[in-house]
Design a protein around this ligand. Structure first.
Ligand code: GLN
Length: 492
């Protein structure tokens, strides 16, 4: 029998349906793979083995009783930002200590409703702040990928680094992730996986630890575009518990992956270039354009002229919201508490010890831009620029059906390489933050390997609520790219 961990979600569901194997068997195969790989990759911060085996057994019973859900028996990994009932959920921050929620996030509840199995909680940057998974309280995730024959440890990207590494290394069939400024798409691009950030409001934020609430969106990281479409369909949907959750009906995302894209207009924005961007990324972008043309698309040059302000805008809006959201961690309500001379001392000690350096930096920036003297100059101005960025997209989407860009300005870098330069780290998000600021759906898919053998990704951005076009274009590009490369399993 083929290795059950290396198949896609669609293949696994097919095999389960045909009784080629049981959920207990495939779940066991993933638990074995995790036991071997995790000491090297650090993708999971908690493996919920007993619970996974019990869920799988119950799933097999449901299937035998003819009550299989759309994801029945499929073992997934869950980013540690999602609250899971009775299972430690820390956002990979020391300040949450051993916090164990008494409730289930809507997204994970939706997945379990559809029959999914949870293998464990996945590593991530602390509170999802980062692009390399190095801000995690549990230490960085090591990418399964390596540069050529070097054994230097590379980043899987961030903040959903555990999700991307786990999917890429066959430690789950798919994973949940979140994207505030690129945290689904950048790690997907770095690890040769597919990551989708849906339209803001498609997935409920209820029970997801908040970072920047007007930008945060959940989505899947998967092995293929089709798998991502299936996972998103289960994760998404209206939720009265989140006031920004959209009531719109869910289209059949999976069907959209088989749709022809002939005659579609694909926008190519001239501004998606940065100084020092490797020629290989430029070449891959041109290749993507050729693939779209060959599929019968019309290529339309477009201008998104406020793109250069997107990163500074994001790094005002996101920290501002974060500083407000993180005010709740005072040692009284959740997780860890440090001792202090009086109440204020407890607050100070708890926050000084509980938050890592990057989170403290974001709180400082956020508090500064929201302070009375600077509110108009920074926060209010950033909100105005955010509107201009959204307007650029509205104008572009009057002329095109989808937009094609590179996913990231570079391939994965080594752990430690950008550690002491926050601005160099923030530059990773340059092509991804725009979709968050405008609330648009966007998908990253693997399209080629660079000279050193590392994956490079393309990004497809769609109109609000038009994930179907994003899936259709991405699936066509995936068929054209024929990306089959896998990281060598050097830990075995
Ligand atoms: N890398 C970005 C940041 O550090 C985006 C993070 C995210 O999308 N959660 O804020």
């Amino acid at each position: 029998m083929t290795d059950l961990t290396s198949i896609t979600l669609a293949e696994a569901l097919d095999g389960l349906e045909k009784k080629q194997f049981s959920s207990a068997e495939i779940t066991g195969a993933f638990l074995d793979a995790i036991a071997k790989a995790n000491p090297h990759l650090n993708a999971y911060v908690l493996v919920t083995e007993e619970r996974a085996r019990a869920q799988a057994k119950a799933s097999d019973a449901r299937r035998a009783a003819g009550k299989a859900g759309p994801l029945e028996g499929a073992p997934l990994g869950i980013k540690d930002l999602f609250c899971t009932e009775g299972v430690r959920s820390t956002a990979c921050s020391a300040i949450l200590g051993e916090f164990t929620p008494t409730y289930e996030s809507t997204v994970t509840a939706n997945l379990f409703r559809d029959g999914a199995i949870m293998l464990g909680k996945l590593n991530m940057d602390e509170f999802a702040m980062g692009s390399s998974n190095e801000t995690s309280h549990f230490g960085p995730v090591v990418s399964p990928w390596r540069r050529g024959n070097e054994d230097a440890k590379l980043t899987p990207g961030g903040s959903s680094g555990g999700s991307a590494a786990a999917v890429s290394a066959d430690l789950c069939l798919g994973a949940t992730a979140t994207d505030t400024g690129g945290s689904i798409r950048q790690p997907a691009a770095f690890t040769g996986t597919v990551g989708v950030k849906p339209t803001y409001g498609r997935c409920s934020r209820w029970g997801i630890v908040a970072f920047a609430s007007s930008l945060d969106q959940a989505g899947p990281i998967a092995k293929t575009v089709e798998d991502a479409a299936m996972l998103l369909h289960s994760m998404a949907g209206h939720d009265p518990k989140d006031s920004t959750s959209l009531p719109n009906p869910l289209p059949d995302f999976r069907a959209a992956t088989r749709r022809s894209i002939k005659g579609m207009k694909i926008g190519v924005p001239e501004e998606y270039r940065v100084d020092g961007m490797p020629a290989e990324i430029e070449a891959l972008w041109r290749q993507g354009i050729e693939w779209a043309k060959a599929a019968g698309c019309e290529i339309v040059p477009i201008s998104l002229k406020h793109t250069k302000y997107a990163l500074p805008t994001y790094y005002i809006v996101a920290p501002a919201e974060a500083s407000s959201n993180l005010a709740r961690y005072d040692g009284m309500r959740y997780g860890a508490r440090a001792s202090g001379r009086d109440l204020v001392g407890v607050y100070e000690q708890t926050r000084a010890k509980g938050f890592g350096a990057e989170v403290q930096r974001r709180i400082l920036i956020g508090t500064y831009v929201l302070s009375a003297g600077y509110y108009d100059a920074y926060y209010l101005r950033a909100q105005k620029v955010r509107q201009r960025i959204a307007e650029d997209f509205r104008q572009a989407f009057a002329k095109v059906d989808a937009i094609l860009t590179p996913a990231t300005p570079s391939a994965a870098f080594a752990l430690g390489e950008k550690g002491d330069d926050p601005v160099a780290m923030y530059l990773n998000d340059i092509f991804t933050v725009t979709a968050n600021l405008a609330g648009l759906p966007a998908l990253a898919l693997p399209a080629a390997l660079d000279k050193q053998g590392l994956p490079l990704g393309l990004q497809v951005i769609g109109k609000a609520l038009d994930e179907e076009s994003v899936f259709a274009v991405s699936a066509e590009l995936e068929r054209a790219a024929q990306f089959r490369a896998k990281a060598a399993k050097w830990w075995l």
